[in-house]
Design a protein around this ligand. Sequence first.
Ligand code: ADP
Ligand code: MG
Length: 464
Amino acid sequence: MKVPLENDFANLELSSGLLENLKTLGYEQMTPIQAQSLPVVLRGQDIRAQAKTGSGKTAAFGLGLLAKLNPDHRRVQALVLCPTRELADQVSKEIRRLAQGIPNVKLVSLCGGKPFGPQKGSLQHGAHIAVGTPGRVLDHLSKNTLRLDNLLTLVLDEADRMLDMGFADDMQQIIQRAPTARQTLLFSATYPASIQTLSRRIQKDPATVVVESQHKPGTIEQLFYEVKKHERNNTLLALFEHYQPESTIVFCHTKIQCAEVAQLLTQNKISALAIHGDLEQRERDRVLIQFANGSCPVLVGTDVAARGLDIKSLTAVINYELPHDPEVYVHRIGRTGRAGATGLALSIATPGDMVRVKAIEEFTNEPAVCDVYESLNRQDSFKIYGHMTTLEINAGRKSKIRPGDVLGSLTGDAGLPGSVVGKIDIFEQASFVAIENSAAAQALEYLDHGRLKGRTVRARRLSD
Ligand code: ADP
Ligand code: MG
């Protein structure tokens, strides 16, 4: 007799049809995320699972929802929400492959940018599984072409990306229409605080499954550069040229210093925006949008202004001026090196600042590693720009614009691939969408001349 291996699919409570089909597909062993989540999913518990792209998350929820499905009951029993049409298409394809083990399972794709009628037709014919983007799924629910009364499993795939794209409201409205006695599976590549909040709101007693990436736990490399006061600006530029960080916060002491440093960087082809306590809310929003969505790689701020920023992956924190309080220093540098990546904390210290460095050494109980300006490689014709461009559209929540409308018009009518569309932020009077630089002109051309939700809108580049 063959002894089943620990990660063998045969250890799971799956029908022989599903198991046979997995063999046909060449799935011999469960991937780590499947091995950890499938037993939980199959016993009916809610789950929040985090694993990087390509780890096999689709089968982890796909097999779960298929195991519960009653093919004789032609009602939507499982709903999978995905952030974009491309991702929804990939998930549909994978679930269809997995479903070959069960006869007559019908799956319908409900994505924006595709005609509504055929989707409605498929739903009327009776589909067991719906996979779609939040905007279009909500449209079907509003028009009663989709009902969730018989829903057993709700899946949020790439939940972090859906929140990034501004789908929180849509998701909430969809979930309100699902029965409370359901299983909710939440999958995500990262695990920001906003995902915890979402999970708390919509899940019951969820099991948490995390499959670590190969990175070692977050570490921060700290370096101090002792230079004369008049050499600070030159040193700051040299730090950017040498380390070429992808995203950085530069900490300053005063708002005047913030403005001066941001100007210095911009004049030297390092795209930067200043944020300080005196900015009006409207300005502050625009700065943060551009930093968070990858349009602006450098933020120059004071401690007060940077408080409460929910920013994911900072490559570097640079102290243009060290704080008096060592605790503030630790707090500042804690913003880099998150999520398993190695962070970089670079500090400029004048001879007069060396007492602050001493205080930091004592507080952190680590010797400060000092480096010299001469070790930094200067570059000719150097620049750092964001890889995204922010477009501002002059219509927002007040005009009932939803993220799906923006995404749908760009990937549908304007013909852009979903992969070039980044974060979408909807405000009361305006909306902001980040587009890969290479596609920004095309997106702007369309948005500024096309229509959004049946009305003409104007759009402009937020930066420059
Ligand atoms: P994720 O959603 O985590 O990014 P996917 O679910 O898209 O990953 O899976 C990535 C690839 O791995 C797909 O091509 C899928 O068919 C394949 N795959 C998933 N599970 C297995 C398995 N157990 N054995 C072999 N291939 C698998
Ligand atoms: Mg996936």
